[in-house]
Design a protein around this ligand. Structure first.
Ligand code: SAM
Length: 286
């Protein structure tokens, strides 16, 4: 990271590439017991949230990520009422989930209260549903929370985590996935941020598909979408189902959604499920 010449940069040295945003000032910096949090003001992308040197979100482009991690799963499950978000401390996922009037409870479990405090101060628009009576915000380790949760107690689990290093490492492992499978109801769905298809197909996506299947999920699909500020700008969410065909979704309900989105719609949902040639072997359920 450097503020030289007023550019904030994140270099992915393994891939020989870097992403930079023009910034005017550092608004916040904090070392929590879990990670290093920074917030910057950028010139064209609104505010920038950084954890341990990695972009988490910008004001301008976080909508593609938050919408594609939430609405496809919620329009695939036949009747999602109980949603669990693991991570998601910036609260943008919670806001999208609570747009669904059928959702009766949404529990967000982030290990680090510092992320939510920073979001409330610098990204209030992401936190606008935090006081919804259906919302519960907890600060705890998601691995432990899922281990302790009751069988069949959740309809949709969304894992909105940092990369699979540090506190988030366990969220990509099979023990965690087995617990998620156990706490999901019969039609239950898991959706997990699964990094970049072009950078991480073999290192993360392939492993994640294997781990999800190993944990007992019968179908695994990966959806693709742009996130301009993430490594390569090309991102993915992987959805795993306990039963049924998760390539099918409630298309008529998605077309008639009673809320506004900036990216998600029924056509985008369908298109995101298409498997590119270089991923076909891996995305065998699509
Ligand atoms: N979408 C971002 C990305 O892919 O770069 C990540 C968003 S950020 C909200 C991810 C959150 O995961 C952080 O707030 C972090 O505190 C949380 N997290 C990491 N490990 C966790 C764990 N074991 N349990 C719960 N939350 C965790």
């Amino acid at each position: 990271m450097t503020l030289d010449n007023r550019w904030w940069s994140e270099a992915y040295t393994d891939e020989g590439v870097a992403f930079s945003l023009q910034v005017t000032e550092k608004l916040h910096e904090e070392q929590t017991p879990f990670q290093h949090i920074e917030v910057y003001q950028s010139t064209h992308w609104g505010k920038l949230l950084v954890i341990d040197g990695c972009v988490m979100l910008t004001s301008r482009d976080n909508f593609t990520y938050h919408e594609m991690m939430s609405h496809p799963a919620l329009f695939t499950h036949p009747n999602p009422k109980r949603v669990l978000i693991i991570g998601g401390g910036d609260c943008g996922m919670l806001r999208e989930v609570l747009k669904h009037p059928g959702v009766e409870q949404a529990v967000q479990v982030d290990i680090d209260e510092g992320v939510t405090r920073a979001a409330q101060q610098f990204f209030p628009e992401l936190c606008e549903s935090n006081d919804d009576p259906r919302a519960t915000l907890l600060f705890d380790d998601g691995v432990q929370y899922v281990k302790d949760a009751a069988d069949g107690s959740v309809d949709v689990v969304i894992v909105d985590s940092t990369d699979p290093v540090g506190p988030a490492e366990g969220l990509f492992g099979e023990a965690f996935m087995r617990d998620v499978h156990r706490i999901l109801g019969d039609d239950g769905l898991l959706v997990q941020q699964s990094e970049s298809p072009i950078l991480h197909r073999d290192s993360i996506l392939k492993e994640l598909h294997g781990v999800m299947r190993g944990a007992g999920f019968t179908q695994v699909v990966t959806m693709q979408f742009p996130v301009c500020s993430y490594p390569s700008g090309w991102w993915s969410a992987t959805m795993a189902g306990k039963s049924g065909d998760i390539t099918q979704f409630r298309r008529a309900d998605a077309e008639a959604k009673p809320f506004r989105t900036h990216y998600y719609n029924a056509g985008i949902h369908q298109g995101a499920l298409a498997a590119p040639e270089f991923c076909k072997e891996l995305f065998s359920d699509q």
